[in-house]
Design a protein around this ligand. Sequence first.
Ligand SMILES: NC(=O)c1ccc[n+]([C@@H]2O[C@H](COP(=O)([O-])OP(=O)(O)OC[C@H]3O[C@@H](n4cnc5c(N)ncnc54)[C@H](OP(=O)(O)O)[C@@H]3O)[C@@H](O)[C@H]2O)c1
Length: 318
Amino acid sequence: MDSQGVVATSFGGPDVLQVRRLDAPAPKSGEVRLRQTAIGVNYIDVYIRKGLYRMIEPPAPIGMEAAGVVLESHAPGFSPGDRVAYACTPPGGYVTVRTLPAAQLVLLPDHVSEETAAALMLKGMTAEYLLHRTYRVKPGDTVLVHSAAGGVGLLLCQWASALGARVIGTVSSEAKAELARANGCEHPIVTRSYSFADKTKQISGGRGADVIYDGLGHDAAQENLAALATRGHWVSYGQATGALEPPNLGGKSGTLSQPVLFHYTEDHLQQMAGRVFAAVRDGILKPDVRHRYPFAAAADAHRDLEARRTSGQIVLLP
Ligand SMILES: NC(=O)c1ccc[n+]([C@@H]2O[C@H](COP(=O)([O-])OP(=O)(O)OC[C@H]3O[C@@H](n4cnc5c(N)ncnc54)[C@H](OP(=O)(O)O)[C@@H]3O)[C@@H](O)[C@H]2O)c1
């Protein structure tokens, strides 16, 4: 069946993204073909487009999450008309029609729209495992969230605050600080130069952060080390400023994790998605799709994301 794809024609800047005609093959046993109605944009798409994460061989479509409606199913539990979503490898989510293993899919409950699902599958499940599995946030913990007004960042602030943590966040502007504050980040710190350790210590009465959720990497490393509490946990889960060189945490008995969503979903997909959807139902997570782009304008979405012009979640609409 014909499909359209936003394809990385080579590794490089946003201009390498071009719309191409593709084929979505008939589903084999265990597979489903779906028409996608909303596609999530994530920072990992930027790493893959640039060739920083070698997960495609160009020309190939990028994208890790989407939602849509089942057209054809050769898998038990899925029927034409079912509303579904996924966040998975390999890349290939920026397409209008996709065939993929049913094991990657979750059925959407009535209270979750396809647009919300496309915005939440990858970022929401990331917040789920970061707060509940990599490190279990407890009431009273001091949690430092970088890019607190970003796609994952806002969800981390909402959920960590509901868990009873004191949430400190870094953002690059007053407008982002206001947004983060409205979403559970009690103490936003505005900085464009990754300078936040002194304020984190001050806010936490000198102790520092019990856990740091760090999607920044290289340029924030020294400050993260300074901001970490004794026996604190540094969760390095992204590298928007470049790869992190392994820090020496001996001076603080600190621990470091470098977790990846797909190593958690490979065993716990349905449980993780279920907990995210329940958090939406209970008003703990408030997905906020603040940026919608036409499918063919994916390059604009990438330009805005890399230039720090976005906040909250971003979707492409086919
Ligand atoms: N390991 C995993 O399982 C996993 C899963 C999902 C996401 N992630 C990671 O989580 C992080 C957030 O992802 P997201 O999709 O939600 O993106 P995002 O946070 O919406 O966007 C990235 C944000 O990073 C901040 N930033 C600071 N310095 C930057 C720079 N030099 N260039 C670009 N951005 C910069 C910007 O916020 P300010 O303007 O406020 O500084 C920007 O809005 C990324 O590092 C991503 O790779 C990891």
